[in-house]
Ligand binder design. Sequence first.
Ligand SMILES: Cc1cc2nc3c(=O)[nH]c(=O)nc-3n(C[C@H](O)[C@H](O)[C@H](O)COP(=O)(O)OP(=O)(O)OC[C@H]3O[C@@H](n4cnc5c(N)ncnc54)[C@H](O)[C@@H]3O)c2cc1C
Length: 480
Amino acid sequence: MKKNRDIYDYIIVGAGIAGLYASLQIPEDKRALIIAKDKPWESNSFYAQGGISVARDNNDVELHIQDTLVAGAYSGDREAISVMVSHGVEVVNRLIDMGLQFDRDRDGELLYTKEGAHSTARILHLGGDATGRYMHSFFLNRNRHEILDDTSVVDILVDGESAHGVSIYKDGEMRNLYCRNLILASGGIGDIYKLNTNARSISGEIHGIAIEKGLPLQDMEMLQFHPTVVVMKDNETSLLSEAIRGEGATIVDEDGERFLFQYDERGELASRDIVSRAILNHKKRAYLSISHFEKEWFQKRFPTISKFLEGRGFKLTEDLIPISPAFHYSVGGIETDNNGLVKGYKNLYAIGEVASTGVHGANRLASNSLLEAIVFGDLAIKHSLSNEEPFEVREYPLIERELYKDGDDEVKKELQNLMWIYASIERRGETLQKALQRVREMMVMDIGRSLKLQLLTASEILSSAIKNRESKGVHFRVDV
Ligand SMILES: Cc1cc2nc3c(=O)[nH]c(=O)nc-3n(C[C@H](O)[C@H](O)[C@H](O)COP(=O)(O)OP(=O)(O)OC[C@H]3O[C@@H](n4cnc5c(N)ncnc54)[C@H](O)[C@@H]3O)c2cc1C
């Protein structure tokens, strides 16, 4: 029989900015539990650099909506975008009132920066290029609810229109935990790709569970690749924020030519998919040039990136920095309405990168994801608090499954290579099909549950990419 201590008002899967901000909105008299697969800071949120977009004033609201629609190749959901942009102003102001110290100039005015495809400077940042770290720590310090870290959610307990809880794996044991509201905030799918910018805990396992349970997923083929990533010898990657280009850095080839203008008149400020494709097709080594910045200014504006580069032997503002595109952000995910409610469910929510609210369409406008995470996290909790549906605790049997097995590492490496080669910046129907066939073969191998879930997610991405024959935004089919 389950014990009362295993029943919560809320279980939140994920301790990134989406999960933590949602938790802050849950009254303290409610029992909430946040589950994180790794340490609470090991999330994409913690590594976010550039900032958070927000309309500067009422006049900018419509412009921000327009920029988001244009970046998403007009495939975004206008109503959802409007909710994000308008409610975003209120939520960001609330953060400022709570004491979050966005960077300001000497006169105390907020500093806004510009990133690719934004028509105006509307990105707020913290600690120069450490927006995610500062925001995440700010939320974590204020969190009053229980956190269970180093714990994997290996199943969700759902039935009909209701969610009842999760199965977790901690310290070698499986356990079921039950809740009145289940909030999925587990982030994206980075670990499925050989080259990616994501935190190590971001694996796409929860997407795999969603597929098993028949939850609605959409736009899974829409994956964003970031064009300016330094890749070190052992495939260690580090993002060079788009804000560096926003401040005026250039991209040159091995002959010193600013070649991006051959591909788009906006040059370095074209959207990420265009810049990534240009780098891929140019066939010459690409570099980020930061030579026209003052070294001291650059170190102050981009302290985290400066430290990383100097630590790897680069002479700041003198050396060209070799760059490559890498997988960065999952645009699609679990389909939700404008309250973060998973379509077809009464008490199951998805927020942040795991969700597909429809705001990004076929491509995400830079710095819109932190905004999306907090706006829909806020709305999800508001909705759940007004939810009068009676909650019935239902017990589920414990299913023993091995999470990892010997040999998983090798199969995973093959999966990561396969996805990087066949399902990245440019796609072809024939090779997508071959990759899908191989992924299906891998799924019936003697592998652990974690890898099985990742393979399910990969197969959904590949099937969606095969089905979608129209090149749009980040989905680029060279064969149709
Ligand atoms: C390097 C980098 C820079 C970025 N810069 C920006 C930026 O400047 N502006 C911007 O708007 N966006 C940026 N992004 C994107 C943005 O950071 C993410 O989209 C956003 O932080 C996602 O937040 P989240 O809370 O949804 O997920 P995450 O922050 O990724 O957190 C996911 C959480 O889920 C947990 N989890 C996952 N699977 C399981 C499981 N099976 N069981 C239990 N827990 C699980 C993880 O442990 C983690 O705690 C950047 C991303 C990266 C990688």
